[in-house]
Design a protein around this ligand. Structure first.
Ligand code: 13P
Ligand code: SF4
Length: 333
C-alpha cells in the first residue's frame, strides 16, 4: 500500500466526522498532522485484518480516531478474549499486550513500542512471589494485571482495579497475598473483611505523585468540585476524593452523574478523552503523564501495522501457567 501523509482536501473531507469528535480537545492547527496518519492506519487495519485496542490513557487522536475498542485494563482483557481479527494492536503498555497474547496465543499481538513498560510491573519478580508464599504459607496470591507474565505465572489469580474486591472475595478464604501495588492493596483492605497481605514496594510512578493536600487545595480554588481518584493513588488522596474507581469507573461516573466541575486524579489524557464526550462538564486537569503510555503514537502504530512488528511472544511454559491466573480472573463476574 502507498501511504500518503499529505493533508489533501480529500483527507480533510474524509476525516471531518472524526475531527468533529475531538475538535474541543485537538486544536485545528494540529489536525493536518494527525489526519493523514489516521486515514492510513484505518485503511491498513482492514488490509491486515487487524483491530486496535486502546487504553483510556491513550492520546485523543488514538483513542477517538483509530481505536476499535477502548477501555480500562479489565475491559481490554475481556475484549482481548473474544476478538475475531488475526492481528491485535495494543495501544497501551506491555503488560496489557502480554495479557492479550496470553488469551490469544495463536494471534499476532503487536505493541508499537516494546519499551512501553510500567513501574508496577517493574517492582516485582516471580522469585519475590515465591518468597512471599514461604512467609505466608497457604495464602493465595492475587496479582494485579500490571505485572509481567513471569509474575502472573506464579500467581493464583489476577485482578484489575475494576474487580479487585470481587476477585479477593471470590476465593472464599480469610487472607490473601495481594501484590504489587501497595496503595491498591490498602484500598481493597478498606472494602472487604478478607485480610490483605500487601507487597509494600510497588507503586505507580504517575499516581504516587498526587497528594491529599493537592486535592484540598483544588477544592479551595474551585467551587463545587467533584474529585474522582484512581485506587493507585496514595491513601490520603483516596480519603479526600468523592469517588474511587478504575479508569472506566471514573469515566462512567462522569457520564452518569454529569457533575458541573470534575477533577480526575489520574493520567492526563484520560480527562481529555472523557471531556470530548461530555461537553457540559468542566474539567480541572492536573497533568501527570504516564511516560510509558505516551510511547505509543500514530507513527509507531502505523509502522507496526506495516511491518507486523514488534510482536509480543511469551515462553510457552510461562504462558501456560500465567494464562490460568488471567482466565480465572476473566471468569469472575
Ligand atoms: P485501569 O485498569 O483502571 O484502566 O488502570 C490501568 C492503569 O495502568 C492505571 O494506571
Ligand atoms: Fe503503570 Fe502507572 Fe503508567 Fe498505569 S499509569 S501504566 S500503573 S506507570
Amino acid at each position: 500500500m502507498t501511504v500518503t501523509l499529505n493533508y489533501t482536501p480529500e483527507i480533510a473531507a474524509a476525516t471531518a466526522p472524526l475531527y468533529a469528535k475531538v475538535d474541543r480537545i485537538i486544536p485545528a492547527f494540529e489536525w493536518p498532522v494527525f489526519a493523514p496518519k489516521v486515514v492510513a492506519i484505518n485503511a491498513l487495519k482492514k488490509e491486515r485484518d487487524a483491530i486496535i485496542l486502546a487504553h483510556n490513557y491513550q492520546t485523543p487522536e488514538i483513542y477517538h480516531c483509530v481505536a476499535d475498542f477502548v477501555g480500562d485494563s479489565l475491559a481490554l482483557a475481556r475484549k482481548g478474549a473474544s476478538v475475531d481479527a488475526s492481528v491485535i494492536v495494543m495501544a497501551g503498555v506491555h503488560f496489557m499486550a502480554e495479557t492479550t497474547k496470553l488469551l490469544n496465543p495463536e494471534k499476532i499481538v503487536l505493541i508499537p513500542d516494546m519499551k512501553a513498560g510500567c513501574s508496577l510491573a517493574e517492582s516485582i519478580t516471580g522469585a519475590d512471589i515465591r518468597r512471599m508464599r514461604e512467609l505466608h504459607p497457604g495464602a493465595p496470591v492475587v496479582t494485579y494485571v500490571n505485572t509481567s507474565a513471569e509474575v502472573k505465572a506464579e500467581s493464583d489469580i489476577c485482578c484489575t482495579s475494576g474487580n479487585a474486591v470481587e476477585v479477593v472475595e471470590s476465593l472464599g478464604v480469610d487472607k490473601v497475598i495481594f501484590l504489587p501495588d501497595e496503595y491498591l492493596a490498602a484500598h481493597v483492605a478498606t472494602q472487604t473483611d478478607v485480610e490483605i497481605i500487601p507487597w509494600t514496594t510497588g507503586h505507580c510512578e504517575v499516581h504516587e505523585r498526587f497528594s491529599g493536600a493537592e486535592v484540598e487545595q483544588y477544592r479551595k480554588d474551585v467551587e463545587g468540585l467533584i474529585v474522582l481518584a484512581h485506587p493507585e493513588c496514595p491513601p490520603d488522596v483516596l480519603d479526600a476524593a468523592d469517588f474511587v474507581g478504575s479508569t472506566a469507573g471514573m469515566a462512567n461516573y462522569v457520564k452518569d452523574v454529569q457533575p458541573e466541575r470534575v477533577l480526575m486524579m489520574t493520567e492526563c489524557s484520560m480527562s481529555d478523552n472523557v471531556s470530548a464526550e461530555n461537553p457540559n462538564v468542566e474539567f480541572v486537569k492536573p497533568c501527570n503523564l504516564c511516560p510509558h503510555m505516551k510511547r505509543i503514537t500514530l507513527d509507531n502504530i502505523l509502522t507496526s501495522l506495516e511491518t507486523l512488528e514488534p510482536r509480543v511472544e511469551i515462553d510457552p511454559d510461562i504462558a501456560a501457567r500465567a494464562r490460568v491466573a488471567v482466565e480465572r480472573m476473566v471468569a469472575v463476574g
